[in-house]
Design a protein around this ligand. Structure first.
Ligand code: GLN
Length: 280
């Protein structure tokens, strides 16, 4: 009979090509055994039950094919919430928590903000985290992908007592009315880099990453379109790569936004560009 410890070390050695073999194996094994990682480490001498080793090895094989751990366990923690994820959506990145934090800060300083729109929502991680933190907000999440919206709807119903509104829309095409804040983590990776990402990690949806030649195709559309859907004094918050923030800030200024600023992520890199629609 194989023990938890032996299974863990066998998995980690099979995943030696991963950047984090032990971490990956422990998350996968804890998932198969339906226990926390803390409990896993205190269960080293326990034997695995029949069938568990086979299921574990199957999952390890998927990881060997570069499937992200989050797609194997169907779970990714974001802003303290356990989001369901699979290959229909991008797995939420810790970097994006900076967007949520920035939004919450602005909300605290502007209690009159009531309606928030999250475009290119994917798993819904931004909009749903905001609704969880500030339940009184009216949150709308939109995406062009019906598959992504199914995941968003599932997360909304599992994680929230009052669900977010969900609309299928290519950017702002099907969106009616005005919002006090628009947030987005749109696809912003330059197409050539997407090719590289897809070669090592084929599972992530291209649609959620590819932002065209310079990565800014969608952001170029979102900036002017958002002005039409923001209430006077409303905020636009966009995530991007470090190199893009400066151009995004210029684009916002040229489009007529005021009070533009760039916020840094957890590792002190410029990641979030904020702009405000003028009050009059
Ligand atoms: N930050 C993601 C990555 O580096 C990209 C997310 C996006 O394009 N919105 O893979």
């Amino acid at each position: 009979m194989i023990t938890v410890r032996e299974a863990l070390y066998r998995g980690a050695s099979l995943l030696e090509k991963s950047e984090t073999p032990f971490l990956d194996a422990s998350i996968i094994l804890a998932h198969i055994l339906s226990i926390s990682r803390e409990k896993l480490f205190s269960s080293y001498p326990d034997p695995l039950k029949p069938g568990q080793m086979d299921r574990y090895m199957e999952a390890v094989k998927k990881r060997q094919k570069n499937i992200p751990v989050a797609y194997i366990t169907n779970k990714k923690e974001f802003f303290g919430l356990p989001f369901y994820v699979d290959e229909r959506v991008l797995s939420p990145r810790p970097d994006t928590e900076t967007l949520v934090e920035t939004a919450l800060e602005i909300l605290q300083q502007n209690p009159e903000i009531k309606k928030v729109l999250d475009i290119c929502t994917g798993s819904g991680c931004i909009g749903i985290s905001l609704k969880y933190e500030a339940p009184k907000l009216a949150i709308t999440c939109s995406d062009i992908s019906p598959d992504a919206l199914d995941v968003c709807r599932y997360n909304s119903s599992r994680l929230l007592s009052n669900p977010v509104e969900i609309i299928k829309s290519n950017l702002l095409e099907n969106i009616a009315g005005e919002f006090d804040m628009i947030v987005s983590n749109p696809p912003y990776v330059p197409s050539l880099e997407v090719r590289e990402i897809k070669s090592t990690n084929p599972a992530e949806p291209r649609l959620a990453l590819d932002g065209g030649d310079d990565g800014l195709d969608l952001i170029r559309e979102i900036i002017p379109l958002s002005l039409e859907h923001l209430s006077p004094g409303g905020y636009l918050l966009l995530e991007s790569s470090i190199e893009q923030t400066y151009s995004i800030e210029r684009m916002m200024e040229r489009a007529g936004y005021t009070d533009t600023e760039i916020r840094k992520d957890l590792t002190d890199r410029d990641r979030i560009t904020v702009g405000r629609k003028p009050l009059i």
